[in-house]
Design a binder for this molecule. Structure first.
Ligand SMILES: [Mg+2]
Length: 364
């Protein structure tokens, strides 16, 4: 099976409620969908969101990178030559981790289709189901409490609470969320780089003293402040998860070797796709550290790909794949199925996606 062409489209999916973090506010998912076409009629699907404040990628830059630089390297290639195909993607240009991720998804989708097996089985097949958390956007304590109660009603057992936009209010926010949750709810805090190291230590110690019980804290300080991250990790009891500080396998090795964080959040949009995510898994395994699988604001193409990797690897012990759960409707046919927090994958070759509704052609 050979790759003969590429198409790029725009996918739009309105969110149930605006997504707010310390870095941005978003009303709808608007992503680039990539289709790799083959001589046998099979189509490989990929998707990338424009997360400019984290990856630097925008809608036109994603489409331009895919059509102008990445896909041309793959025309005529055999889909079973996955290792070399991924190397061509990664070598096609520097940076641009999101368009590379989208194209790698489509490559792995075709790889699974050519071999007639679900991708997660081919990559390791460690699990049969995943349970994801749900994000509570940063807002007033009252609004966050109401959102947390609603999430509990929908059956979520783990919440990721966004903090860091106004550090002086963060303890009140977490208190309100904790009070609104049934007993046993696991709470993760994500400051999205919003605290200084000093603020992070003070806030996290206060949360500990108040018995607010965090399972972990994600990216308390600026991405580039590895020393500050280490200071927080050394100074508080709650485990620290590095997100924006770790894009690549090299970043993961540096953070874990220096004990700057306890865990690593893998996102395909940071690693440049599945091959990089698998390398981060291998690094974490070598340091006996666990990983979370996360996503940006992604629809169910990219989230399905992330779920395949998470399902395949035992080292990924925490799941933050709530993009589709935040959407009002799911335009993707097939792929990962959501039952409240529980994610399962179809027993179909590749990613198991049957098609995508409502796409508009998008070319640069
Ligand atoms: Mg995060």
């Amino acid at each position: 099976m050979k790759i003969v062409g590429v198409q790029t489209y725009l996918l739009r999916a309105p969110l149930i409620t605006p997504f707010k973090t310390a870095l941005r506010t978003v009303e709808a998912i608007e992503d680039v969908v990539v289709e790799l076409l083959t001589d046998e009629g099979a189509v490989g699907y990929g998707e990338a969101p424009p997360t400019a404040v984290i990856t630097g990628d925008t809608l036109p830059s994603i489409a331009g990178a895919v059509r102008g630089f990445i896909a041309p390297k793959l025309i005529g290639r055999d889909v079973l030559d996955i290792e070399n195909n991924c190397a061509l993607v990664q070598g096609s240009m520097v940076h641009n981790s999101s368009p590379k991720a989208a194209v790698e998804m489509a490559l792995y989708d075709l790889y699974g289709k050519a071999l007639g097996a679900p991708l997660y089985k081919l990559l390791g097949g460690a699990k049969e189901r995943l349970e994801t958390d749900l994000t509570i956007s940063v807002d007033s304590p009252e609004k966050m409490a109401a959102d947390a109660a609603e999430a509990a009603r929908r059956g979520f057992k783990v919440l990721k609470v966004k903090l860091g936009s106004d550090p002086s209010r963060d303890i009140d926010r977490l208190k309100a969320v904790r009070a609104a949750c049934p007993p046993g709810m696991l709470l993760r805090a994500d400051a999205n780089q919003g605290w200084t190291p000093r603020e992070a230590v003070r806030i996290l110690r206060r949360m500990e003293q108040e018995g607010l019980e965090l399972e972990l804290v994600e990216q308390p300080v600026k991405a580039a402040d590895v020393d500050g991250l280490r200071r927080v990790t050394e100074s508080v009891n709650v485990p620290v998860l590095a997100d924006e500080s770790v894009f690549s396998d090299a970043d993961a090795a540096r953070i874990l070797a220096g004990r700057a964080a306890d865990m690593v959040n893998i996102k395909l949009m940071k690693t440049g796709g599945i091959s990089g995510a698998l390398r981060v898994c291998a690094i974490a395994e070598s340091y006996r550290a666990e990983c979370m699988m996360g996503c940006m604001l992604e629809a169910n193409v990219a989230v399905t790909a992330a779920a395949h990797v998470a399902m395949a690897k035992g080292v990924i012990t925490r799941i933050d794949l709530d993009g589709p759960a935040l959407c009002r409707e799911d335009p993707v046919l097939g792929g990962a199925a959501f039952d409240g927090p529980v994610i399962t994958l179809p027993d179909k070759p590749g990613l198991g996606i049957d098609g995508i509704e409502g796409l508009t052609p998008y070319e640069i």
